[in-house]
Write a protein that binds this ligand. Structure first.
Ligand SMILES: [Zn+2]
Length: 102
């Protein structure tokens, strides 16, 4: 088995990536709403669009400023929360990395 094949079929990801993806899915992360609730920021508004609270659902599903990246990395310009359940952790990791939110 080649390294490339092993990489493609690895059922796990490094801990830092797994932690980042889990944080994004659960909302316990560095997104602004979470930091705002902890009293660490003055505003919970999205750093990308400035229109809505920066939550996991907003980032993964609906932020218009991320629509093109969402389409490229997650397969759709807009997602429903149910759609997120079908995404692979690798896809979510790649999306969070290119958006600068990892
Ligand atoms: Zn936004």
């Amino acid at each position: 088995m080649s390294l490339e094949t092993q990489t493609v079929y690895q059922p796990w990801m490094p801990r830092t990536q797994s932690r980042a993806v889990t944080g994004l899915l659960t909302g316990h992360n560095t997104l602004k709403r979470h930091l705002y609730l902890l009293g660490l920021l003055d505003s919970p508004l999205c750093r990308k669009c400035g229109l809505r609270e920066e939550t996991s659902a907003h980032i993964l599903c609906e932020c218009e400023a991320l629509a093109s990246l969402r389409h490229a990395y997650l397969g759709s310009f807009l997602l429903e929360p149910e759609d997120v359940k079908r995404l692979g952790m690798g896809a979510i990791w790649n999306f969070s990395t290119v958006t600068g939110l990892a």
